[in-house]
Write a protein that binds this ligand. Structure first.
Ligand code: ADP
Ligand code: MG
Length: 615
């Protein structure tokens, strides 16, 4: 190639790689590509644009990139933020956009989520989880670093996205000459967004998804239907990976165990046919990001003469939106999800397994048609699907306790009572939340502003009760211990995930036995603390891997706890009233001090057991 027609990447000052041109050609075939000139011109003349794009049309990967490459739009010198609802999606989208721009994450294309901050001075396009953007807004609610904010998957109505929409509604007026707001949504209920943002303009982009053939069961499923469907698809389905959506990690592990057993029991049938072997991968939020990466990596090219095989990904809902999992052509959908729902009347959470909405089922099906035609097998009858599933999911803000959200709203300089919610939580929930926050001394009696203590608490990215514990713990001389304990609580979802999920009754019994060895009479909190301390000791002795294996612990949870601990420590130590204090573990009041610190944050939630199981 002569130097005259060699194109130079302005960001890296190097010649573009061959891969760049391959991806550019691919991108040009996406429906959004023809529409980019029109979209950019609308964005230049309107400050709030609602983009309704059918999934697969290319809006997520192409539009933000086109904006930062546009001479007129990039003049402001400020960054573009592209939100994603989940860490996994943020990670994958950032990697894809960076690859398409022939760079790596951490320069022109940045990535930010809890646990990772790959942003530097040259970052112009920042892929950020909606939760992290709320954190940024808590420090400076006018979001001055950004000239363009793109809210992706707005129809999902995560709590963080809905809070951002409320904030942006006000910023649209306040920063009307230097902020462009783009709301991207996959469904056609654009009316909600158009009404919410006065003067906003609608653009639609259609097409893009490859065809996905939908199949239902003839009869309602039993406990083996998913496993049978997997084996069937592996045996006779056309080439491509299989993605299964289930509602929980326990079910996921049982399915993987059963599939592996069937495969090893009948090698002739399942191992040697024309596709090659099937490998099973779990995918859920409590896996470390590295393990998630391994799971979604494409199948490596097979050595010459060997069959490439198939990957089976068994996933919770973390893979249902935004992402393209390479090579997936079969989706098996349980159509179920587990949700944690807050009941303001008796102030309790409950965990329920529910049908997903039809909108979510369509998103899940779409994962099979990202790179070519695909199939979805829904684990219900067609009649059942239409009867039992709602059209849209209930927005999460209606199902939570609003405690930390109220603090977030105060921190963003607004009041929960007058905040412009795009979807409003129940009035009872806000009232209850404000009264709890008042009792904890975090808001004033009129519910109008944070107290000084509330200001300190609102900065900590953990639940309100735990934040109070952390802040108070120096008074009990055990702030170091409480940091470990609370980080473990956070990382393990309150202790639920600290052990691996048993896949056999024997394993279950063994885990119960192991649990006893760490058990503390005063309950789960101290048990978690003991596990963490033993693991740290094993780390110091370089035996952590053995320790985790022997005790059937979830290594990802322990590592996450460690990262969370460091993050919380950095935030707390910047507060001059706080100091790191250790207890002497040989002293008789070692555990007692910790229990006192725990009670200091949780006294509103204390119940006394009267007899048997009544409180
Ligand atoms: P949309 O946001 O409109 O649903 P995206 O911009 O995320 O679509 O992706 C558009 C298309 O680009 C996908 O359907 C897929 O064909 C391709 N694509 C995106 N990301 C990847 C990836 N990581 N690997 C392979 N193909 C990808
Ligand atoms: Mg998208």
């Amino acid at each position: 190639m002569s130097s005259s027609n060699m194109e130079i990447n302005p960001f890296t000052k190097k010649a573009y790689s061959a891969n760049f041109f391959v991806l550019r050609n691919l991108a040009q075939t996406l429906p959004v590509s023809q529409r980019l000139p029109q979209l950019l011109s609308t964005i230049k003349t309107s400050n709030v644009v609602i983009v309704v794009g059918e999934t697969g049309s290319g809006t997520t990967t192409q539009l933000p990139k086109a904006i930062v490459l546009d001479d007129e739009l990039k003049k402001s010198g400020k960054k573009l933020a592209l939100t994603q609802n989940r860490r996994l999606a943020a990670q994958l989208i950032a990697a894809r956009i960076a690859e398409e721009m022939d760079t790596q994450i951490g320069n022109v294309v940045g990535l930010k989520h809890r646990g990772r901050d790959s942003i530097n001075q040259s970052t112009i396009l920042e892929v950020i989880t909606d939760g992290s953007l709320v954190e940024v807004a808590k420090n400076d609610p006018s979001l001055p670093a950004y000239g363009v904010i793109v809210i992706d998957e707005a129809h999902q109505h995560t709590v963080a996205t809905d809070l951002l929409l409320g904030l942006l509604k006000e910023l649209a007026t306040k920063r009307n000459d230097d902020l462009k707001i783009i709301i991207m949504s996959a469904t056609t209920d654009a009316g909600l967004f158009l009404n919410f943002f006065p003067g906003s303009v609608l653009e639609t982009v259609s097409g893009g998804e490859h065809k996905v053939l939908v199949q239902y069961l003839a009869e309602p499923p039993d406990e083996n239907t998913i496993v049978e469907t997997i084996l069937q698809v592996h045996l006779i389905g056309r080439a491509g990976n299989i993605l299964v959506f289930v509602s929980g990690v326990g079910e996921m592990m049982r399915i993987i165990k059963k599939v592996e057993k069937a495969l090893s029991g009948d090698k002739a049938r399942f191992g040697e046919h024309e596709i090659g072997p099937l490998t099973c991968w779990p995918l859920h939020a409590t896996l470390s990001l590295e393990a998630q990466d391994d799971a979604i990596d494409s199948v490596p090219p097979a050595p010459r003469g060997e069959l490439i095989g198939r990957k089976l990904l068994v996933s919770t809902n973390i893979a249902e939106t935004s992402v393209t999992l390479t090579g997936v052509t079969h989706v098996i959908d349980s159509c179920k999800v587990k949700s944690k729902i807050w009941n303001p009347c008796d102030e309790s959470w409950c965990l329920r397994e529910l049908w997903v909405s039809k909108a979510v089922a369509r998103q899940r099906a779409g994962r099979a048609g990202r790179t070519r035609e695909g199939n979805v097998y829904r684990m219900c009858t067609e009649g059942g699907f239409h009867e039992a599933l709602l059209e849209h999911s209930v927005p999460a803000i209606k199902e939570g306790d609003m405690l930390s959200e109220c603090l977030d709203i105060f921190k963003m300089g607004r009041s929960p009572l007058t905040f412009p919610y795009i979807v409003a939580p129940a009035t009872e929930t806000i009232g209850k939340a404000l009264s709890i926050l008042f009792q904890l001394g975090l808001v004033d009696a009129r519910g109008q502003d944070l107290t000084a203590r509330g200001q300190d608490i609102a900065r900590l990215p953990v639940n309100v009760y735990s934040a109070v514990v952390l802040l108070e713990s120096p008074e009990y001389g055990c702030s170091d211990e409480m940091l470990s304990l609370i980080s473990m609580m956070e990382a393990s979802d309150g202790g639920i995930d600290v052990f691996i999920k048993p896949s056999t009754p024997d394993e279950k019994a063994e885990i119960r036995r192991i649990r006893k060895t760490f058990c503390h009479v005063s309950g789960d909190h101290l048990t978690l603390f003991n596990i963490y301390m033993s693991w740290r000791q094993a780390c110091n002795e370089n035996t952590a891997d053995d320790f985790v294996k022997k005790n059937k612990l979830n290594a990802g949870v322990l590592r996450t706890a460690d990262r969370t601990r460091l993050q919380l420590f950095r935030m707390l130590i910047s507060n001059e009233k706080w100091e790191l204090l250790y207890m002497d573990s040989s002293k008789p009041d070692y555990y007692l001090a910790m229990l006192k610190a725990l009670a200091a944050g949780n006294y509103l939630r204390v119940a006394k057991r009267t007899e048997g199981r009544t409180y």
